[in-house]
Design a protein around this ligand. Structure first.
Ligand SMILES: [Zn+2]
Length: 474
């Protein structure tokens, strides 16, 4: 029996009790990455908070089925269908084919996605797998009069809807309308400024690498159509929760609702979960500002990727979060202390089921209060401080970590095994690993090798692994 669970629904603009379509079951859709470049740590923050939502719902007794798309076609540099095709630009930049780019960045994305402790979605579907479904939905929209053909493209006619700006307050609507009017690149084929492309034919990007035959000529889909089709393909005509970043609200999710509900003729998704930006000191993280800061880069610098997860979980998903290496260093110190405390617990003895239940209820209630992960972590510290025997504490920590996914028990075990390591030596080794990462980044492989050899002479072996640089005494 699933327990009560509440979170903020962007559609109704309030914290609501979650009531799924089918008792105890959750159908969830997540907008996946556009695989033309690396996902930066701000993108990964969004997926960490969604993972926390999946696991918190599971903790509350729900069975979650989660579907994610991979955008490998049709996403232009502006979400409002202007600018150049992102995949094509990525392929040109790296002198590779679009499919090579898609494969490379899909693999890179999931490496980082998993490294921070995220559970893989149950279904992962690239947009290029579903072209017949897109064409079918567009045909129905044309038949029902919600779409029109102009200049070779098919557009969704937003004037056919009573309320297109479903997520916005009246003030925001006015701002959005001004924003849309001022959009620099005007598409003369559109009847209304807010109309969006469902299918492009050769009217744009003659050199588009991926093209398909359609009733309207050879072409390729617009970006928004894919999420509606992929969601319906795997999760049916009604959806419980749709997730994304706040950036997706307009126009992407607004357009998804417009086309889905027009196609279906009824409501589509009841709950919309949006997480906020990660900023650095210069402002919002983006890929356009030079080198992309990824989870893999953090690992090369010697950070455990779970330290980044811990950093994200300590703040609320609806608030912007500011990233800096100083804060990450502090988080690493806090994480290491937490691991040390867990490693000092002795597993022998009886678990008090009554005490365990009490703390589990508190933990679940914190998560059910609009996914208050920082409060959940506070409760973890309460457990460690509580007047309970170690076996009970360990059992509760293990239970909480099914949601937090900080590998508290695994890291604690490892720490106990490494307890004989001199802290001075450890500090030195971590410094050398960071220096080696800098040298590798600067392509100074001679220095990188020299550092590795020098550590070997001191009896320390370092290894580059998927989870970052690992070291051990030999
Ligand atoms: Zn989407």
């Amino acid at each position: 029996m699933a327990e009560k669970f509440s979170f903020y629904n962007s559609l109704t603009r309030k914290v609501e009790e979650f009531v799924p379509l089918e008792p105890g079951k959750v159908s969830m859709y997540t907008c996946g990455p556009t695989v033309y470049h690396y996902a930066h740590i701000g993108n990964i923050r969004t997926y960490i908070m969604q993972d926390a939502l999946v696991k918190a719902l599971t903790y509350a007794g729900y069975e979650v089925k989660r579907v994610m798309n991979i955008t490998d076609v049709g996403h232009l540099s502006s979400d409002a269908d202007t600018g150049e095709d992102k995949m094509l630009a990525g392929a040109k930049r790296e002198h590779k084919s679009v499919m090579e780019i898609a494969k490379f960045y899909t693999d890179a994305f999931f490496r980082d996605f998993e490294a921070v402790g995220n559970k893989m979605p149950d279904v992962i579907e690239p947009a290029t797998n579903c072209i017949p479904e897109f064409i079918h939905m567009i045909e129905v929209l044309l038949q029902k009069g919600y779409a029109y053909q102009a200049g070779g493209n098919i557009y969704f006619d937003t004037s056919k809807l009573d309320d297109y700006y479903v997520f916005s307050s009246s003030v925001e609507k006015e701002e959005l309308q001004i924003g849309v009017r001022d959009d620099v690149e005007e598409d003369i084929n559109k009847k209304n400024k807010t109309d969006f492309v469902l299918w492009f034919t050769k009217s744009k990007f003659e050199d588009q690498a991926l093209k398909w035959d359609s009733p309207w000529g050879v072409g390729y889909p617009g970006w928004h159509i894919e999420c509606s089709c992929i969601s319906m393909k795997h999760l049916g005509d009604r959806l419980d929760i749709h997730c994304g970043g706040v950036d997706n609200i307009f126009p992407h999710h607004t357009n998804e609702i417009a086309q889905s509900e027009s196609y279906l003729g009824h409501d589509w998704c009841r709950y919309w979960f949006h997480s906020n930006h990660l900023n650095d000191r210069a402002g919002k993280m983006s890929k356009s500002k030079g080198a992309v800061l990824t989870v893999s880069v953090l690992m090369e610098k010697g950070y455990d990727p779970l330290v980044y997860r811990f950093f994200c979980l300590q703040s609320h998903y609806r608030k912007p979060l500011e990233f800096s290496f100083d804060v990450l260093d502090n988080t690493r110190a806090t994480y290491n202390k937490l691991i040390k405390r867990v490693s000092e617990l002795n597993a022998r003895g009886e678990v008090s089921e009554e005490a365990k239940k009490e703390y589990m209820d508190r933990f679940r209630e914190a998560l059910s209060d609009d996914l208050n992960t920082s409060m959940a972590i506070t409760i973890l510290y309460d457990v460690l401080k509580a007047d309970l025997d170690d076996a009970t504490k360990l059992s509760i920590v293990e239970s909480f970590d099914t949601v937090l996914s900080l590998d508290l028990i695994g890291h604690a075990k490892k720490l106990s095994e490494d307890a004989s390591v001199d802290p001075e030596l450890e500090k030195y080794v971590l410094e050398q690993i960071a220096k080696r990462a800098e040298a590798k980044k600067a392509k100074d492989f001679a220095t990188a090798d020299a550092i590795r050899n020098e550590l070997l002479e001191k009896g320390v072996e370092i290894k580059d692994t998927r989870e970052g640089v690992k070291w051990q005494l030999i």
